[in-house]
Design a protein around this ligand. Sequence first.
Ligand code: ZN
Length: 227
Amino acid sequence: MTSSKHTRAHCNTCGGERNHGVLHSEKTSWSDDEHPISGSDEYETLKCLGCDSIELRHTSYFSEDYDGPTITYFPPAMFRQQPTWFKNLFFEIPQEDDFVEPLLQEIYVALQNNQPRLAAMGVRSLIETIMIAKTGDNGTFAKNISEFENLGYVSTLQRERMEAILEAGHAAIHRAFEPRQEDIITLLDITEHIIETVYLHKGKVDKLKKRVPAKKSKKANKVDQRG
Ligand SMILES: [Zn+2]
């Protein structure tokens, strides 16, 4: 059943709270016979009025939960927008490196669901696997990173940042380190930058080269100036 009801809800595509049309909703309520407690579950199919994206919102209310209702979205709400190139990544990545897109997607899902340690472990795993795919396994992280730099995939500055990422991931796995949200954002910024450098810039530069007209010879320039 379609209704004309509107509500404010998070939109992943628009990247924040937007007005949504409520296409359909179902609500169930319960109360306890012996204790003064109650709750309800509401499921709504929402359509963003800005971009037409569809999502499901579950609002769970429990009388003893003083923080208010628990709201869950499917697909999960993202606190950070995916980079604009993410949807093209699948087409740009060579088949042998097809682990990149699904693993990055899992990292976003971990972030969306407030799982910073899983996100940090995922980032470490992703960076490490990209490095090994490009350099072959040289035995240790230090050697892999150094070879990755030698082959020109990262600058010295980026290599130092990668070491920090790998260290944070290692600490999350082995030393019960819980990264803060801003730590994860930093890790992800650098990771996305590396993916862009390794997989996306080459294709873009190749296309650009084809569009830029070739330089004229000196002789041809002289003729032009006279004319
Ligand atoms: Zn939207």
